[in-house]
Design a protein around this ligand. Sequence first.
Ligand code: SF4
Length: 446
Amino acid sequence: MPKMYGWVREVVPESLADRAGLQPGDLIRTINGHLVRDLVDYRFYSAEEELTISFARQEHEQEVHIVKTFDENLGVLFGEEPAPFIRQCANKCVFCFIKGLPERFAPQPGLAHGMRASLYIKDDDYRYSFLFGNFITLTNLKERDWQRLDEQKLTPLYVSVHTTDPELRRRMVDGPRAGEIIEHIQRLGSMHLTCHTQLVLCPTINDGPHLDSSIREEAEVIVDQVEHYQRHFAADNADGGKGAYVEAERNGADIASGVGEPFAYLSDEWYYLTKREFPSAKHYGSYAQIENGVGMTRYLIDQWARTKQRLPTSLPNPRRVTLVTGTMALPVIRELAEDMSKVERLEVQILPVVNQFFGAEVTVAGLLCGHDVLAALEENQNLGDLVLLPRVMLNNEGVRFLDDLTVAEFKQRVPVQVEFVRNAQETIEAIRLLGVSDTVDALSSS
Ligand code: SF4
C-alpha cells in the first residue's frame, strides 16, 4: 500500500479547519474528490473556494464542507515531510557533491557518524523545486509528471542546465534524457511555466566556448531577447581559470532589457574572485536566485547601509565581539566590522574560518562544518563576550551543522555567548542586546 500523505499535526485555533471540525490525528484523503498525494496537491486543491474534504478519523471515513475565499488558509499543519517519498535523482553528475561525502554511519576522524543525514539524499524532485527552490535536472520526469506540472501550473521551477550541448550534458549529468535540456525548457515555456536555470561551471569542461553557446542557446529559447543578447554578449576569458564571464555579466542588464531584468547573472563568488564591485540592487531585480548565492552580498550591503544607524552609539561597559565568517566574504564583513567598531566600548574581531573538511578552496560560510568552526574558535585565545556566526551554516531548523554537530553540542564547547544571525538586523540586534544586558545587570545590582 502506498505511504499516505495528509496526517494533520495541528489545527490552528479558530481557523476554517478548526471551525469545520478537523482535528489533529485526522488523515486527509481527498479534497473535492482529488487524492491528496503530497503538500503540492493539498495546496493546489485547497485553493478552491468550496471544499469537500474527506478524511479518516480512527478508521472512520468522514467529510466536512468549507466555503472560503480563494487564497484563505485552512489552518491545517501537517506533521510530515512535504511528500511521502522524495524523488531521487537518476544521475551521476561529474561534480556531484554527495559522492565526495564520507560514508554515512562510518565513523570518520573527528566525526561521530558521517555528515548530516539529509545531505545524503540525492533529491531531484520537481515538487521540492516548486515548494523550496531546489534545483532539479528534469531527467527523471515521466509523462505523467509533465502533465501534472501543466495541470497544476507549478511555477517557477529551478533547473540545473550546466550546458545546452546535448552530448556534453549527457557526459556531465549522465542521466536519462540529459541531452534534451533545451527541448525540456521549451516544453516548460509552452506550458507558461517560468524556470530559473543555473550553470555550475567546471573548469575546462563547460566553461569557455561551451559557456558562450549555452548562454546563447538559452537566450534563443526566449525569442524576443535574442537580438539584445547577440548584440551585447561577449565572453571574457581574461581572468583565466577563475572567471571567463565577467563581461557577459556587465552586459546583463542590456541583454534582458526586453523583460526589465537581466537574463544572466553571476553568482556572488565571481565578484569576490575577480575583486569587482557588486552590481546595484537594480541589477538583481526581484533577487530570484538569492538563495542560490546570487545577489546575497548586494542585499546584505544595502540592508546594512539602511539599518546600521540602529547600532548603539556606545555600550555601558567594554565588550568584545567575534564575527565568524567563511574566507570568501571577508572583504564585506570587514566593512561591517568597521561600522561596528565605531560603537564606543565595543571591540570587534573577525575570525575567517578555513574549510579544512572540503578544502581551503571552498570558501563560503554555508559549507563550513561545525568541527572546523569549533577548531578555529578553540585556537583563538580571546573570543570576548559574544561570538556571532552566519545562520547559513545550519540546517533549515537551525539545529545542526553540515557535519551533524548539533548547535547544543557546539554551544557547550564554546565558553562565551554564541548567536547565529541571518541578516543585518539580527546582527545589530545582538549588539544592542549586549548593551541591554549590561544595563539590566547594573540595575539589578544597584
Ligand atoms: S543531480 Fe545533484 S544529486 Fe544528482 S548526481 Fe547530479 S549533483 Fe548529484
